[in-house]
Design a binder for this molecule. Structure first.
Ligand code: NDP
Length: 493
């Protein structure tokens, strides 16, 4: 059977790369290619950025009212909601995540478009109570220009939406580079951008590899804003590239997030929260709760429940509704998980569950849910992001100790706290250095709530109203209301 070729989308046209080349995209559940994607070049990027820049300046887009832009963004959300099953299947084919999870994400995705569509005509400045006579001063929020959006493979459409929806309502144009592993679902979504009626050049997609596509895009002189989600090393390249043009950057990177269980927590819920944190999405989530800190008084209760439920996890074909854990997304990712498990043994961790590829499951890139027990929070396996289904469990005795342990990491993205004592919940939530803290829940998201981290987890925020600030800048306008002659021009007024 001939596999489908996906072209790129530039200036409202479906086109081949100037290289004329395509590269395969693999299905992680079988390890086999299922489609081909255009292999973009620096020249393709240049063409896309120029198209986005022209569209940004075009009267059709720049003079469009905020209300009209909001309507287009809302329409896009509605079109997505009509295609949830289809788009979910493309995501699962590409990244191997559960069809249930992708369907759930995509069913909710339109809410992000509706939220930002609703904000479109509320992006306003202020009249400033200026401390000068005869001056009327106001501010407005203006779009930045061309946005370069770079996304990873784990939740392609969700992570693109966080950049796309606020960019568009604010009046920017955008060039998106999806991960080389997961381009298909975005290209399918872009068909809906066309159907919604966005002018050509407002949304563009250049597919291909970090080098040269991501690299050229983030150093392009016509790019004003870079929204990057991915790994720390690529982020460093992106930030260096941004220095060429002083593009404003946001970085959503990885984490080594703590999931802390206090002695008064509900042990059943805590065990479920730990599983959601690290075995949901096979641990391939930026907010993966990869370090569980259990108070010694509740340690055995939580561990018994955790191991019991983990031993029953149904691993298998992510396209089946009953499956609970699918494969990891790439062969390289599987090898990375295997290397960290070897390291876990070498570093003296005690293997409690898993630690190998599951038997009798075909050729896909599967790995068992794996639990290590540690006493050392400094081990590499407890400090470095694995991005796979490997949990480190560490006991603790008191609140101050666990705050220090939780904060002893280079990352600062998310944290979970399982506790009944409300005062303690507030104290610990305040003390944890992370951009998101969940109390008695984990991995909850909403368009209303900002997402982002500190330290090596990056900077800037996506989602929520804050994203509007991230995709606009302030203009201050001074109007002299006096008809008097201008006095001494050599003195600042
Ligand atoms: P990478 O950093 O390898 O890739 C992310 C994106 O950056 C891809 O599109 C990639 O292209 C591109 N890229 C790679 N090199 C460059 C470069 N020099 N210049 C510009 N772009 C480049 O991460 P992964 O795709 O492997 O994603 C997994 C990582 O992402 C995890 O380690 C996790 O930490 C992080 N992550 C963070 C999330 C968050 O919200 N905070 C969410 C999801 C993931 P290509 O793939 O084609 O090489």
């Amino acid at each position: 059977m001939k596999l489908k070729n996906y072209q790129m989308y530039i200036n409202g046209e479906w086109i081949d790369s100037v290289s004329g080349k395509y590269f395969p995209s693999y299905n992680p559940a079988t390890g086999e290619a299922w489609c081909y994607v255009a292999k973009g070049t620096a020249e393709d990027v240049d063409r896309a950025v120029k198209a986005a820049h022209d569209a940004f300046l075009s009267p059709e887009w720049s003079n469009m009212t905020y209300t009209e832009r909001g309507k287009l963004v809302r329409k896009l959300g509605e079109l997505i909601s009509d295609r949830v099953d289809e788009l979910a299947k493309f995501e699962t084919m590409d990244n191997g995540k559960l069809i249930r999870e992708m369907r759930g994400q995509l069913t909710y995705l339109p809410e992000f478009f509706y939220y930002y569509a609703g904000l479109a005509d509320k992006i306003h400045g202020e009249t400033l109570p200026i401390d000068k006579k005869d001056m009327f001063v106001f501010s407005s929020r203006e779009p930045l220009g061309v946005v370069a959006a770079i996304t990873p493979w784990n939740s392609p459409l969700y992570l693109t939406t966080l950049k796309l929806a606020p960019s568009l309502v604010a009046g920017n144009t955008i060039v998106i580079k999806p991960s080389e592993y997961t381009s298909a679902s975005l290209l399918e979504l872009v068909k809906l951008v066309e159907e919604a009626g966005f002018p050509p050049g407002v949304v563009n997609v250049v597919t291909g590899f970090g080098l040269p596509v991501g690299d050229t895009l983030t150093s392009h002189p016509l790019v004003s804003r870079i929204a990057f989600t991915g790994g720390t090393e690529s982020a460093r390249h992106v930030v260096r590239n941004s220095a060429e043009n002083f593009a404003k950057v946001s970085l959503e990177l990885g984490g080594k997030s703590p999931n802390i269980v206090f002695e008064d927590a509900d042990p059943d819920n805590a065990a479920m929260g730990i599983i959601a944190g690290i075995f949901g999405a096979s641990g391939q989530s930026c907010v993966a709760g990869s370090r569980a800190f259990l108070h010694v008084d509740i340690y055995d209760q939580v561990m018994d429940r955790l191991v019991d439920r983990v031993s029953k996890i149904k691993i298998g074909d992510p396209l089946l509704d009953e499956t609970e854990m699918g494969p990891v997304a790439t062969k390289a990712q599987l090898e990375r998980v295997e290397q960290y498990v070897t390291l876990g043994h070498e570093e003296g961790g005690k293997l409690i569950y898993g630690g190998k590829k599951p038997e009798q499951i075909g050729n896909g890139w599967y790995y068992e849910p794996t639990i290590f027990e540690h006493t050392d929070n400094k081990a590499r396996i407890t400090q470095e992001e694995i991005f796979g289904p490997v949990l480190s469990v560490i006991p603790f005795k008191d609140e101050q100790e666990v705050i220090e342990l939780a904060n002893s990491t280079n990352y600062g993205l998310a944290a979970g706290i399982w506790v009944k004592d409300v005062a303690r919940a507030h104290r610990v939530a305040k003390a944890i250095r992370a951009g998101i803290v969940w109390v008695n829940t984990y991995r909850s998201v909403s368009p209303v709530a900002p997402i982002g981290g500190s330290k090596l987890s990056g900077y800037g925020r996506e989602s929520g109203y804050e994203a509007i600030y991230e995709y606009t800048q302030t203009k201050t306008v001074w109007i002299n209301t006096s008809s008097e002659p201008i006095p001494d021009p050599f003195i600042m007024r």
